[in-house]
Design a protein around this ligand. Structure first.
Ligand SMILES: Cc1cc2nc3c(=O)[nH]c(=O)nc-3n(C[C@H](O)[C@H](O)[C@H](O)COP(=O)(O)OP(=O)(O)OC[C@H]3O[C@@H](n4cnc5c(N)ncnc54)[C@H](O)[C@@H]3O)c2cc1C
Length: 232
């Protein structure tokens, strides 16, 4: 199962400033039935950054409505360009987006007692010739947000970003801590699962502790740092 499915053309109907630096966008897909979507759903939006096509994911806000899909985008001056692109759009602009989808595939699998496998880049896997009789969730969430950059840098990176691209970004911005982990294949999301390390650096030294979601109970929890060795 992939989160990203078919791209559909859409129109930006209107924008509304919700708070300083936060703008709501109402987007109407060309063929839109107003169907309800699961809580926690997001859409991907095709954006243009430095003349090149890129993809950004945004969570849907509010209830499903026949008027279209609503997202809220924070204007991040130091972002790689996604929020800047969104903010320069005026009503009537044409966009390509994906259908709403949700991480709740995980819940769907759990409720049916189906085996679940989270797939990153697939670079560290052997798949049996017998296949996998369960739900495979390919994590393709994108986005890098610099939350602080003074004495220390604090960066929020979506699990589907390519790890090596993130290392290259860190090096280009002068952030120390992951530079020895250049050239390692795979996704950002897989690195804390395996505590990826090389040449004396391990990601456990630089990655903060994101909230985790228990597969069986669905509970969201935070680990204390001494637990990360168990994860690795
Ligand atoms: C120089 C070098 C050093 C390396 N060092 C290490 C190392 O120290 N340790 C190591 O294990 N590998 C290492 N690797 C191998 C590989 O690069 C990593 O395992 C990489 O993190 C795999 O990423 P992936 O996205 O392809 O994961 P996949 O192959 O897709 O998945 C690997 C595992 O991570 C899980 N996973 C993937 N994404 C997520 C997610 N978003 N959420 C939850 N679980 C997820 C999968 O279920 C699976 O169990 C190294 C490779 C090189 C070349």
């Amino acid at each position: 199962m992939r989160f990203i499915e078919t791209w559909i053309p859409a129109t930006l109907v209107s924008t509304r400033d919700l708070a300083p630096g936060i703008r709501e966008f109402l987007i109407l897909p060309d063929r839109f039935d107003g169907a309800a979507y699961p809580v926690g759903s997001h859409i991907n939006v095709s954006v243009t950054i430095d003349g090149l096509p890129e993809t950004r994911s945004y969570s849907l806000v509010g209830e499903a409505s026949s008027q279209g899909l609503r997202i809220a985008v924070r204007r991040a001056e130091d972002s790689r360009g996604g929020s800047r692109y969104m903010w320069q759009l005026a009503p009537g602009a044409r966009l390509d987006i994906t259908q709403p989808s949700s991480l709740l595939a995980v819940d769907w699998a759990r409720d049916r007692s189906l085996p679940l496998f989270i797939l990153g880049g697939g670079s560290n896997l052997l798949i049996s010739d017998d296949g996998f009789d369960g739900v495979v969730v390919h994590v393709d969430l994108r986005g890098v947000t610099v939350q602080a950059e003074d004495e220390y840098a604090m960066v929020r990176v979506a699990a589907g970003e390519v790890w090596d691209d993130f290392v290259a970004l860190a090096v280009s911005r002068g952030w120390a801590g992951v530079e020895c982990l250049s050239g390692i294949p795979g996704s950002v999301g897989a690195t804390p699962i395996q505590n990826v390390g090389a040449y004396g650096q391990e990601v456990s030294e630089t990655i903060g502790l994101p909230p985790l979601r228990a597969r069986m109970s669905g509970a969201v929890m935070r680990l204390i740092s001494s637990c990360t060795d168990t994860l690795a």
